[in-house]
Design a protein around this ligand. Structure first.
Ligand SMILES: [Zn+2]
Length: 181
């Protein structure tokens, strides 16, 4: 069984394209799988495992397709993987490397660990004023966040208010009293 230069070229080219299944490589060359495998070894081409699910090689057109599907946000990562012949993890990894935005948490919860958006009422980071502004649980509620006064949880302005309890709105005073019971 002789191999023409042309057949060797096709083998080299398609072998590097991990998205082309082995059956197609054989068909294009016109030789059976065992002949192709022997030739591959003779040419020193590395064996490739699972062409359909190779996770490391991303030809340009697949990257483009990944980006399109990802940004459409209609498919889960696993579904995108299926469409591209990749594993879900490969899809997620590649998307991160390509700098694609994280997918919508609701659409794709199991896909990638998306850090939960912090509820507005989570205590602010230390060293900033913890004075609550607005009603907890309502839109726009936040903490002051200005630099705090040494030894206090509040900024200078809010520290003054905080330590003049009778200047607090009555509701807050009553809430405080309720809480202290
Ligand atoms: Zn403040």
């Amino acid at each position: 069984m002789t191999w023409t230069q042309r057949q060797d070229d096709i083998l080299r080219e398609l072998h590097a394209r991990h998205d082309v299944p082995m059956e197609e490589v054989c068909e294009r060359i016109g030789k059976c799988a065992s002949a192709v495998h022997r030739r591959r070894d003779k040419l020193g081409l590395p064996p490739r495992s699972g062409a359909r699910y190779n996770t490391t090689i991303w030809p340009g057109h697949m990257v483009a397709e990944l980006k399109r599907l990802w940004l459409e946000n209609q498919l889960s990562c696993a579904e995108i993987g299926k469409a591209l012949g990749k594993t879900k993890n490969a899809v997620v990894g590649k998307a991160l490397r390509e700098g694609l935005p994280r997918k919508d948490a609701r659409k794709d919860a199991p896909c990638m660990p998306i850090s939960e958006p912090q509820p507005a009422w989570v205590a602010p980071i230390a060293r900033s004023c913890a004075w609550p502004i607005g009603e907890p649980g309502e839109p726009g509620f936040h903490f002051c966040g200005a630099p705090h006064v040494e030894g206090s949880s509040y900024c200078a302005d809010h520290h003054k208010v905080a330590y003049k309890p009778y200047k607090l709105p009555w509701r807050a005073v009553i809430n405080n009293m309720e809480a202290m019971r």
